[in-house]
Design a protein around this ligand. Structure first.
Ligand SMILES: NC(=O)c1ccc[n+]([C@@H]2O[C@H](COP(=O)([O-])OP(=O)(O)OC[C@H]3O[C@@H](n4cnc5c(N)ncnc54)[C@H](O)[C@@H]3O)[C@@H](O)[C@H]2O)c1
Length: 420
């Protein structure tokens, strides 16, 4: 049993904190958002994730997990705070730095600091330097040098769980353990080996940082290829899903599926951390970003072109946007391309907009502020829409029979209606 302090109780930090508590550790979760702390103290995850409430309730009942606004002394500190993009698509590390500064006064010789947030290459070393400046009384390791005796250890252990399957993947996925020194990595590996059934791959912090960014850049580039192919297919009047399914019969081809764009906190963000570090060497990564960022505008333009063909009636044509979240079966709206499409259409006074997302109880603020935009259930959307725009393949939409979509124009951005 160790005392742990998890900084940031969001999508990554909260499941990790609850999981570590379930394995017998004494965990303090710290979050700067009082609403998050209150929700966790009340035993409620502030986002939907299967089985998380159950794990959280068990951790609170056994007294192994507490949530508070300030960090607590611990042997291990885990940093899982946001790393969004700032101006100019540069990494905004303000939360990582704030969390590091907050734990600095609590550190004792031999403590381990694990950075789980996705970060640009070199950030773990920069945090060690930051801690060294804040705590000149402590020994901090330096990359390429032997760990000084009694030093504070640092490691980067990036997270790669899939929202919707987080608890399963937290245990089952292989884990990258990037130590600033071999000792740092060994300590971090021992912690993860306590609950990870996948393999823990030990490396140095720089390689770990780069590997995590490479995973998301790989996804982004490959989705961009599928999206570009879909645009080419459209110009050629070919069904992109049929063409991709046939190409994928090749034993060494595995093209991803096109969609409405790329959203969320990771794939749309992390490739920029590579591009920022090596602008001249990252042309493909930046081109992929441009392709994926252009996609929502292209889908909105297709919908508007169809609506223009229906104009002239007593009322403006009603467009139903099926799905607003950034991907299927999660309620997360961060950088959602579907939301961007709905916002684009909501600015068009020649349309009525029916938004339908079974995972949302209310309209997102950017849409609620627009006159004439309403949140409707799927039956109302199907009954009232002149144009259907399928933007997210939620299970509730996948369960509908194909017939309900018939009899009006459909923009199927995600291939929901493609033949099986
Ligand atoms: N969400 C994912 O699916 C996913 C997957 C892999 C990696 N990541 C990475 O994990 C990191 C965290 O992402 P997330 O989705 O959990 O973010 P999140 O926004 O859901 O949660 C972060 C939490 O940290 C809190 N916070 C901010 N500054 C803080 C501070 N100084 N001290 C304590 N708490 C603070 C916020 O209030 C928030 O509750 C990011 O770097 C992200 O790229 C996320």
């Amino acid at each position: 049993m160790q005392r742990l302090c998890v900084m940031g109780l969001g999508y990554i930090g909260l499941p990790a904190a609850a999981m570590l508590a379930s394995r017998g550790h004494q965990v303090t979760g710290c979050d700067t958002d009082p609403r998050v702390v209150a929700a966790v103290q009340a035993g409620q995850a502030h986002f939907q994730e299967p089985d998380l409430d159950m794990l959280l309730a068990a951790a609170l009942t056994t007294g192994r997990l507490a949530a508070q606004a300030v960090p607590a002394p611990a042997e291990v500190f885990v940093i899982a705070v946001p790393t969004p993009l700032g101006p100019g698509n540069r990494a905004d590390l303000a939360s990582v730095e704030a969390a590091t500064d907050a734990i600095a006064p609590l550190l004792r010789p031999g403590n381990l600091v694990i950075l789980e947030s996705t970060v640009p290459v070199g950030t773990t070393e920069a945090l060690a330097a930051r801690l060294a400046a804040a705590r000149p009384d402590l020994a901090l390791p330096r990359r390429g040098f032997p760990a000084p005796p009694g030093c504070v250890h640092l490691a980067h252990c990036p997270e790669r769980v899939l929202p919707g399957s987080m608890l399963r993947e937290l245990v089952a996925n292989d884990r990258i353990i990037g130590g600033l020194t071999a000792d740092c990595a060994a300590l971090a590996r021992d912690l993860y080996a306590g609950f990870v059934t996948g393999r823990c791959w030990v490396t140095d912090s720089r390689t770990a940082e780069l590997a995590k960014l490479a995973e998301n850049a790989f996804r982004d580039v490959n989705i961009a290829f599928a999206n570009e192919l879909a645009a080419i297919c459209e110009a050629m009047e070919v069904d992109p899903w049929a063409a991709i399914a046939l190409a994928n019969r090749h034993p060494r081809v595995a093209i991803l599926q096109p969609g409405a764009g790329v959203g969320g906190h990771c794939i749309a963000v992390d490739p920029w951390f590579l591009a920022e570090a090596a602008p001249a060497a990252s042309g493909l990564i930046r081109a992929a970003r441009a392709v994926n960022e252009a996609k929502p505008g292209q889908v909105a333009a297709r919908i508007r072109a169809l609506a223009a063909g229906l104009a002239g009636g007593l009322e403006p044509p009603a467009v139903a946007c099926l799905g607003l979240t950034y991907k299927a079966d999660v309620e997360d709206l961060r950088a959602s391309p579907a939301l961007a499409i709905a916002e684009d259409l909501a600015r068009d006074a020649t349309l009525r907009l029916l938004c339908c997302d079974p995972l949302l109880a209310t309209l997102p603020p950017t849409l609620a502020a627009r006159p004439g935009v309403v949140l409707v259930d799927v039956q109302a959307a199907l009954a009232q829409a002149d144009i259907l725009a399928i933007l997210v393949p939620h299970a509730a939409f996948r369960a509908l029979s194909r017939e309900v979509f018939a009899g009006r124009p459909v923009v199927d951005a995600v291939g929901l209606l493609r033949p099986a």
